[in-house]
Design a protein around this ligand. Structure first.
Ligand SMILES: [Zn+2]
Length: 207
């Protein structure tokens, strides 16, 4: 809808740009810097260059934050907002378990296979696994409870924490002015993994 734009097919996940009064609020900056930078350039080509006013991470999976430095630089004073427990889970899943999981992910996604003449098959939730540069910036603010509200650059947001669902730290965002709901991977058109082949933390189907 007007003011909310998504770049799809540039990475495994989607990146969302919400237009504020003076700039963009960016949701889930993809998995690698190259992909998020390309997505930002696409948005700038169509809507002009505007400053980034905030970045939000929906959850602790790397394809939802690893491209953050393609969107903002660490020296920029841009708020980065994430659900409570985000950093602890991002580190435990992608650093402590990262080497083992990365190796198994290569088998799960077939990243080392040469693409055929027509490219690769998709990987269910997206077009393919990123092989670029993964980056990280720590959240500057946590969402700590359901019903918490924030207004950034004129955009009203209300949050619902959904820990232990698709990721150990996750949240949904409601935009009352636009009657829009952003659920990241709490809602996908695929059968959700409960236990991934790469060995991500087991998910509770009941939740
Ligand atoms: Zn996820």
């Amino acid at each position: 809808m007007d003011g909310i734009y998504q770049v799809r097919g540039y990475d495994m996940s989607n990146i969302t740009f919400v237009r504020g009064d003076t700039g963009w609020i960016v949701f889930d900056p993809l998995m690698t810097v190259e992909c998020s930078r390309a997505a930002k350039e696409l948005v700038e080509k169509h809507f002009g260059k505007l400053p980034v006013k905030a970045v939000l991470y929906s959850h602790s999976h790397v394809d939802h934050y690893g491209g953050v430095r393609g969107i903002v630089d660490e020296n920029e004073d841009v708020p980065i907002i994430a659900p409570e427990g985000f950093e602890e889970h991002a580190v435990s899943e992608n650093v402590y378990a990262g080497a083992a999981m990365g190796r198994r992910a290569a088998y799960q996604y077939g990243t080392l296979l040469d693409p055929g003449p027509e490219g690769r098959l998709s990987i269910g939730i997206g077009m393919g696994q990123s092989v670029g540069t993964i980056s990280y910036l720590s959240p500057t603010m946590n969402i700590t409870h359901t019903g918490q509200k924030l207004t950034i650059d004129g955009v009203e947001m209300e949050f619902q924490l959904t820990p232990g669902t698709e990721a150990p730290a996750e949240m949904n965002t409601w935009f009352p002015q636009k009657k829009a709901l952003w659920m990241a991977e709490n809602c996908t058109g695929t059968l959700h993994n409960l236990y991934t082949l790469r060995g991500a933390e087991v998910r509770d189907a009941n939740k």
